[in-house]
Write a protein that binds this ligand. Structure first.
Ligand code: 26W
Length: 808
């Protein structure tokens, strides 16, 4: 088969041809969106050529494969990264230039797939990029949400959620795979049948939903591998179990059937907070069951029915507990569909499923009401009960006491609830944390009793980010500077970024580094002017906190500190400081009241400063609307200081921290998650660490005698800032609007904002001084980029493969 060339001339011809054929337009009268479509489908043609070749080879491969199940994949836009991974950037750029098209503008026509909330989903996307780039055979599996995470608008100083209809204009990157359509069943009841002396379990009166897969190619960097991200869409089926329906069940079945498409309608916007909604359980089972049905079908195609081989031929990796029903579902498929016995099925499952935990926040741990599980998934519930019975029996044996209190804490079903984390820990062959500290907390605390029982299962593999998107793609200036300085070996081997270290001593390099940062600030500030009509001064130091809004992430610490600076400026006519722009990017879950209050407070501070000329000389506060992957790509390269303020022990890893570091921002952070390892990499001279350590925090919780009021009484600057929350300074038209923040801090402060404030404020004084020492600051910034290579997700994926997956 002849392959199409993708040199500059053919690219130009392809774009013009597509505009003519699909839109009946010439370039001159095509809209940006039409040009985007023509450009993207040209890139797609190039990927398809590789995809076909790769799949052909893959079909005959007997290598072990990974199925990475995640309820979220926050991929971000695909066009630029695809061009980058195809190593065709120059060709496309030149083609666009010669056609007189602004490439950066057209790229922004792509709707961003917001199929995730935050860290967990973005990590899954980075993993897909690294898996393909390391040529490891993997399929990512998730739900094709018709509506992704809401878009955020700020109106009247508050967040307004707008639906994210990302598929409105079609999606160039996906192809349906109709040959793999399958059914997922809900409801009904389980009947037993005796067949040749064996008991069989059959589901009756259930209703079915059809699962339709859409595949998106994931092309690795400069290699032949093109993996697949498979998203499942729910639609109703015409047929149902008519054999045994009775009139009551039939009408119910009809009704449920109409509701089928609802399953893949919308992504739940809660991050790190669990609510036992039935639709969510349906979603989880939906994509998990569909994925496992496909995985088994593919296994049988490759190896026949020798299921004992299964653990050597696939790993089912579950990204947090959300796809944890993979465990009973694989049992069900092996027993009810393939006729295996319990012991065989359970032997296989316990060698095939691996689990990563992403949070220790107790309100985020999934626990489903047993009643809900029983009525929605009766056969799955039966299997869960049996797993529970056996696990508890084993534990009773081990503790030589059937009433040992530890057993209830480790049980899978207890007190009317199904405890998903216990299920995953009990039945997976691997349990891992996402940073060293988080791994330790899992062992010592969250899963302590399980750890004593099966210590070898546990590991910690620190998260990572793809340096292709988060440096090469989003920071061209820095990428070119690095290439011109140390060559491009770091692209394949990011730890070679270390070669930059000696250039800290080179004044010309430092200035070049500073120039790139300044250009990135100008770029970001232009973007803000266009999107929000806000003028950000690129001469100000850029201090950024961008992440989901959460009390434990402590945006409040930052906000209170800005108020303290404001007061220093206003109370002393001679006061001076390094001018700083504080940029916040954060979405609050629609139902998270405190998060929304904090967001209001930040905007109120921004407004206060805007109307105070003297404060404006030194301070600016910008709330960046709709923080998302694309916004991060513009924002992070412009940052000088990266705020990572979580209460120690609460942030499992953080990955934004790594993105900022890679782009030459210095971290202001607690000893939490991966901040600890960033500190180890750069050394204490190149990071600002403050606040209580995780062990102190946990003893404070244990002792339970923390009194925020004492701190309020002893710190006058803090007291004044707190009072301004409610005295009309912040909210002149409605002074009581933010009183719950005030009361919460004073009378409860569960995340120790007041406790850590003094230490934070001292560290910020050092930042203020160090930034004025331009040479010192640039050395720190360069050190951060130079030491960031270890946080490439390529390293993370290699570690997963060596310790857990053993693919290929
Ligand atoms: C069921 C509600 C729910 C939804 C999402 C509970 C928990 C989650 C996620 C596990 C929360 C999450 O995104 N955790 C983040 O995972 C990142 C990737 O490992 C870490 O870097 C972050 O520290 C962690 O908060």
């Amino acid at each position: 088969m002849p392959t199409t060339q993708f040199d500059k001339e053919s690219i130009k011809q392809s774009i013009l041809g597509k505009l003519q054929r699909y839109n009946g337009r010439t370039l001159a009268d095509a809209t940006d969106q039409q040009i985007y479509n023509a450009l993207a489908s040209t890139v797609r043609d190039q990927i398809m050529q590789k995809w076909v070749a790769y799949r052909e080879k893959d079909k005959h491969s007997t290598a072990k494969r990974l199925y990475y199940l995640s309820v979220e994949f926050l991929t971000g836009r695909a066009l630029h990264c695809n061009v980058l991974n195809l190593c065709s950037e120059d060709a496309y750029r030149q083609a666009m230039e010669e056609l007189g098209i602004d490439w950066r503008r057209i790229i922004q026509e792509e709707p961003e797939p917001g199929l995730g909330n935050g860290g967990l989903g973005r990590l899954a996307a980075c993993f897909m990029d690294s898996l393909a780039s390391l040529s490891l055979p993997a399929m990512g599996c998730t739900i094709r949400y018709e509506y992704g995470l809401f878009r955020q608008k700020i109106l009247g100083g508050q967040q307004v959620e707008v639906p994210d209809n990302w598929l409105e204009n079609g999606n160039v990157w996906e192809v349906p795979a109709m040959e793999d359509v399958c059914q997922v069943n809900y409801g009904g009841r389980v009947e037993t049948e005796e067949v040749f002396g064996k008991t069989r379990y059959v589901l009756r009166d259930y209703y079915s939903v059809e699962a339709v897969p859409y595949d998106m190619p994931v092309a690795g960097y400069d290699c032949e591998t093109v993996n697949t991200l498979r998203t499942w869409r729910a639609r109703s089926v015409k047929s149902m179990d008519l054999r045994s329906f009775n009139s009551g069940d039939y009408s119910r079945a009809m009704h449920e059937q109409e509701l089928a498409a609802v399953i893949s309608k919308v992504l739940y916007p809660e991050d790190n907070h669990y609510e036992g909604k039935e639709l969510r359980l349906k979603q989880h089972y939906f994509f998990t069951s569909a994925t496992l049905q496909y995985a088994l079908k593919d296994f049988k195609r490759r190896f026949g029915r020798d299921f004992r081989k299964l653990p050597d031929k696939m790993t089912i990796h579950i990204n947090d507990t959300h796809p944890g029903l993979a465990i009973p579902e694989l049992m069900r498929l092996l027993m009810d569909e393939e006729g295996l016995g319990w012991d065989e099925a359970s032997w296989i499952v316990q060698r095939t499923v691996a689990y990563t935990n992403h949070t220790v926040m107790s309100e985020a741990l999934e626990k489903w009401p047993e009643d809900m599980m029983r009525s929605l998934l009766p056969r799955i519930y039966m299997i869960l009960e049996e797993i529970n019975r056996r696990v508890c029996a084993r534990l009773a044996d081990h503790y030589m006491n059937g009433t040992d209190p530890r057993i209830a804490g480790m049980a899978i079903t207890a007190y009317g609830q199904v405890h998903m984390a216990n299920l995953c820990v009990a039945m997976s062959y691997s349990v891992n944390g996402v940073s060293q500290l988080h791994g330790d907390i899992l062992k010592q605390d969250t899963f302590h009793d399980y750890y004593e029982f099966t210590p070898k299962k546990f590991s910690a593999i620190t998260n990572g980010i793809t340096h292709r998107r988060w440096l090469m793609g989003c920071n061209e200036g820095l990428r070119d500077l690095i290439n011109n300085t140390i060559g491009d070996a770091w692209v394949r081997d990011p730890e070679r970024l270390q070669d930059l270290l000696p250039y800290r001593d080179d004044p010309a390099f430092r200035e070049a580094f500073a120039k790139v940062k300044r250009q990135n600030k100008v770029y970001f500030s232009n973007r803000l002017a266009v999107h929000q009509n806000v003028r950000l001064n690129p001469d100000f130091m850029m201090d950024v906190q961008a992440k989901r809004l959460h009390e434990y992430k402590r945006q409040l610490l930052n906000a209170l500190h800005i108020m303290v600076l404001y007061n220093r400026i206003m109370d002393d006519p001679h006061f001076t400081m390094t001018p700083r722009a504080f940029v916040f990017g954060a979405k609050a879950s629609p139902g998270y009241y405190m998060a929304k209050q904090i967001l209001r407070m930040i905007i109120a501070i921004s407004n206060l400063i805007e109307r105070t000329p003297r404060a404006k000389e030194f301070l600016q506060v910008v709330f960046l609307e709709n923080y998302c992957v694309s916004a991060a790509e513009a924002l992070i390269p412009a940052a000088d200081l990266s705020e990572q303020l979580s209460t120690a022990g609460k942030e499992a890893s953080g990955t934004g921290n790594m993105k900022f570091m890679m782009n030459g921002a210095v971290t202001m952070g607690t000893m939490d998650g991966a901040n600890v390892e960033i500190a180890q990499q750069v050394g204490m001279d190149n990071i600002y660490i403050f606040g209580m350590r995780a062990d102190t925090v946990s003893s404070m919780y244990r002792e339970g005698n923390y009194s925020p009021m004492h701190i309020y009484e002893s710190n006058s600057e803090l007291r004044k800032a707190l009072t301004q929350i409610i005295d009309g300074t912040l909210m002149p038209e409605n002074p009581a609007a933010l009183q719950d923040i005030y009361h919460n801090l004073l009378f409860s402060d569960p995340y120790f904002v007041l406790k850590d404030f003094g230490s934070y404020s001292m560290a910020q004084r050092r930042v203020n001084n160090d930034y004025q020492d331009r040479e010192k600051w640039l050395r720190m910034a360069i050190t951060n980029t130079a030491c960031s290579g270890i946080f490439s997700s390529d390293r993370t994926i290699r570690e997963y493969n060596e310790k857990i997956w053993h693919l290929g």
